[in-house]
Design a protein around this ligand. Structure first.
Ligand code: HEC
Length: 275
């Protein structure tokens, strides 16, 4: 999910931790189930692999930024590619990522860093009445080299953990193994864009938007092209001040990915699990 969407989403949470953000913080790193290491800001800043990096187009701040940062590949040493990685924010927001790009250190590829907010030099607020992107924020150098998307820049991070896949944790969410490629790609797109806010068959970790399969799947009650229109711009279909479902334009969700996503949703209408 990109920062604009996240901005909307964070409007809904209490500000319990904002004041703490500028002070020293702890990163909880879980690289194996149940084995949590706590790394303080000081410990991270004292690592020999800390570097000063420049980010010409920072996603959270929408301008050039400079950070003290540790390579994600070093932090995740021992993790294999294609492992699901969750980055949990102070407010409980969970970004679901894949370890593959995070581990990539080849010169031509985008490189992921964990930026560390220094206690003496707090980062600016992300907006009026909002905290900074700290205490930890994952940023990328040459993101364009690997097509890194805005939702792969999770900020206000407090925890990084390796998990089993969503499909393993929530077996009623994935499509049938026999479903066609379009549906399988749609399930991937759903995990990138929608799973942070929506459950399917009441499964998943989200609690922001309505369940998208039970009791009724939106492909069953949005006639014609209205579902596509709704995802592209919810307010264009029905508008009210408290609406928080973000718009997904073609830059974030290309047309073919939207087609796949709709195929997945439609497929799931035939796989309802009533709680
Ligand atoms: C930031 C959280 C968020 C994300 C991300 C998100 N949604 Fe939503 N969605 C909501 C909320 C909240 C609602 C309820 C309406 C509102 O408040 O705007 C909603 C409503 C909907 C509805 C309307 C359901 C109904 O019956 O009214 C559909 C369909 C939907 N979302 C699909 C999607 C799809 C598909 C994606 C991924 C491309 C997605 N949403 C991503 C938060 C989100």
């Amino acid at each position: 999910m990109n920062t604009a969407l996240r901005h909307l989403a964070t409007g809904m949470v209490a500000g319990c931790c904002w004041l703490a953000a500028a002070n020293a913080a702890e990163l909880h790193l879980e690289l194996a189930p149940g084995e949590v290491q706590s790394l303080s800001t000081e410990q991270l800043l004292a690592r020999p692999d800390v570097q000063t990096i420049s980010i010409p187009e920072d996603v959270a701040y929408k301008r050039a930024m400079t950070y003290r940062a540790v390579p994600m590949a070093a932090l995740l040493a021992g993790v294999v590619p294609a492992t699901p990685v969750q980055m949990v924010a102070l407010d409980g927001f969970v970004a679901e990522l894949d370890s593959t790009p995070l581990l990539n250190t080849s010169p031509g590829a985008a490189r992921a860093w964990l930026a560390i907010e220094e206690p003496g030099e707090p980062w600016p607020a992300l907006g009026p009445d909002r905290p900074s992107a700290g205490p930890f924020y994952m940023v990328w150098t040459q993101p364009e080299a690997s097509g890194i998307r805005p939702e792969q820049w999770p900020y206000q991070t407090a925890e990084v953990r390796i998990t089993t896949s969503l499909a393993e944790r929530f077996p009623a969410m994935p499509p049938a193994a026999t479903a066609d490629d379009t549906v399988q790609r749609g399930w991937k797109a759903f995990q990138v864009h929608c799973v942070v806010c929506h459950t399917v068959n009441r499964q998943g970790a989200a609690a922001m938007g309505p369940d998208l399969n039970v009791p009724h799947n939106p492909t069953e009650y949005f006639a014609g092209d209205f579902l596509r229109q709704y995802i592209r711009d919810p307010a264009a279909l029905r508008h009210w001040p408290q609406g928080t479902m973000p718009a997904f334009d073609a830059n974030i969700l290309p047309d073919d990915e939207l087609d796949d996503l709709l195929a997945y949703l439609k497929h799931m209408a035939g796989r309802k699990v009533m709680p």
